[in-house]
Design a protein around this ligand. Structure first.
Ligand code: LIP
Length: 290
């Protein structure tokens, strides 16, 4: 199946280990942010000299690489039996066995923003067991906001001053009033098709936001800062933590495993209309379930 619904674990008894995984995820994401901030200071005068990945516009910096090495070594030191799947290093070991925790990590989600000094760039870490994300954390490297969730435990935002706010998706119930986040791939043919879908959607919604970090887009949805979100060509490390955070905030979330089909997330009151609009634009297959 191209898309998997990400359900909130509400009503399901959480376990102590979910709380432990969530706290470990939070500490890991924040410590990755600390490494990134130190490196930003260190490279302030010389610049980050990015290399490119999938296309000339898809950069990777030394910060992506060093932060991922840091995340891997922290997991190895504190939780030696766990596996890691990372954006830059892939998964060195064979796929995680049954019951084994796999950390799905993006050391810098929003690398282009990091290069341009746009404060929308994050460390994203998620703990997955047998294909189910149990806990996740997304830490904005610049604003230092930290978003976390545990399956069945809700989602929250920790501000820089340490205060926690429980997250609930917006009450938007009309597509014409929905502020919609999205993003675009690095391949120009994919972008042309994304432009077609966007042109069809734009007249039906309040407006579009393209913030440049899928993980933070999903967190913004969880906090009611946008009402819906869609993006194709995401990889597991882009959405693993953010999708759980959005689902635990009450959003209707489906992650895609097919680059031709978008991951979607929407506030519950607008989800059906939003998905129907994407279906009418042939971006997703219907029928949209009720
Ligand atoms: C980025 C995403 C962004 C998307 C880009 C890219 P990266 O991740 O989070 O929203 O539109 O295509 O995938 O490359 O900065 O880790």
């Amino acid at each position: 199946m191209a898309r998997d619904t990400v359900e909130s674990g509400a009503g399901v008894a959480g376990t102590d280990s979910i709380d432990e995984l969530r706290e470990f995820a939070r500490g890991l994401a924040v410590s990755g942010g600390d490494v990134a901030r130190r490196m930003l200071e260190q490279f302030a005068t010389t610049g980050l000299a990015p290399r490119t990945k999938s296309s000339a516009t898809d950069p990777v910096t030394v910060i992506d690489t060093i932060v991922e090495e840091h995340l891997r070594s922290e997991v190895a030191a504190a939780r030696p039996g766990d596996r890691v799947l990372g954006e830059e290093g892939g998964e060195a070991e064979a796929a995680a066995g049954a019951g084994v925790v796999r950390w799905v990590v993006d050391p810098v989600d929003g690398t282009v923003n990091l290069l341009y000094g746009i404060p929308f760039t994050a460390v994203s870490v998620a703990a997955e067991v047998d294909g189910v994300v149990l806990a996740g954390a997304v830490h904005n490297i610049v604003t230092r906001e930290t978003w976390t969730a545990g399956l069945g435990r809700g989602a929250s935002l920790r501000a820089v001053d340490g205060t926690d706010t429980a997250l609930t998706a917006s009450g938007c119930d009309e597509l014409s009033l929905a502020l919609v986040g999205t993003g675009f791939g690095y391949d120009s043919d994919v972008r042309a098709e994304q432009g077609r879908v966007l042109a069809g959607l734009l007249p039906r919604i309040r407006d579009i936001r393209r913030c440049g970090s899928a993980a933070l887009d999903l967190c913004m949805l969880a906090a009611g800062r946008i009402d819906a979100y869609y993006e194709r060509c995401l990889k597991p490390w882009d959405h693993a933590a953010g999708a759980l955070i959005a689902a635990e905030a009450g959003a209707v979330v489906a992650v895609s495993h097919d680059d031709g089909v978008p991951t979607t997330a929407a506030a519950p009151g607008v989800a059906r209309e939003f998905l129907a609009a994407l279906e009418s634009l042939e971006a997703i297959e219907g029928p949209v379930s009720s």
